[in-house]
Design a protein around this ligand. Structure first.
Ligand code: 2BA
Length: 109
């Protein structure tokens, strides 16, 4: 068994949630925050059999897309200004950042 952890953009989370359910995957959605943009994203925990991991990855790939997002500059508060960029920068976010972890035990009481 594997745990698929997928960090996706909030805009894709409902569509992905529906698609996972439709394809018989069980998933838990967690509200999360990106360390770089410091804005909300959604993390899915999907427990599934090893043989179904490729299908789960397909569903994630089909329902999450990359988008460009502007990062507003945050002025340094009385600190080091060396890394300060005084203008907005565009970064590409997503479609999805996915980790696949082995599960030692699974219990469902
Ligand atoms: P954030 O950390 O808010 O990052 C948003 C986007 O900013 C990233 O998109 C990437 O394009 C850019 N970015 C992140 N760190 C950067 C840096 N140090 N320098 C320049 N650009 C940087 P994605 O790579 O698609 O990541 C989307 C979200 O997935 C991330 O949001 C974070 O929540 C999660 N994530 C990505 N890689 C991760 C990792 N190795 N471990 C844990 N979470 C990760």
């Amino acid at each position: 068994m594997k745990l698929v952890v997928a960090v996706v953009q909030d805009q894709d989370s409902n569509r992905l949630s529906n698609a996972l359910t439709k394809n018989d995957f069980r998933a838990t959605k967690l509200a999360s925050t990106g360390g770089f943009l410091k804005s909300g994203n959604t993390t899915f925990l999907i427990g599934t059999e090893d043989s179904l991991v490729p299908k789960a990855l397909d569903v994630i790939r089909e329902n999450c897309r990359a988008r460009d997002q502007m990062v507003a500059p945050i002025s340094p508060m009385g600190g080091n200004a060396d890394s300060y960029i005084p203008y907005p920068v565009e970064v590409e976010v997503g479609g999805a950042t996915v980790f696949v972890l082995p599960i030692e035990q699974f219990h469902h009481f």
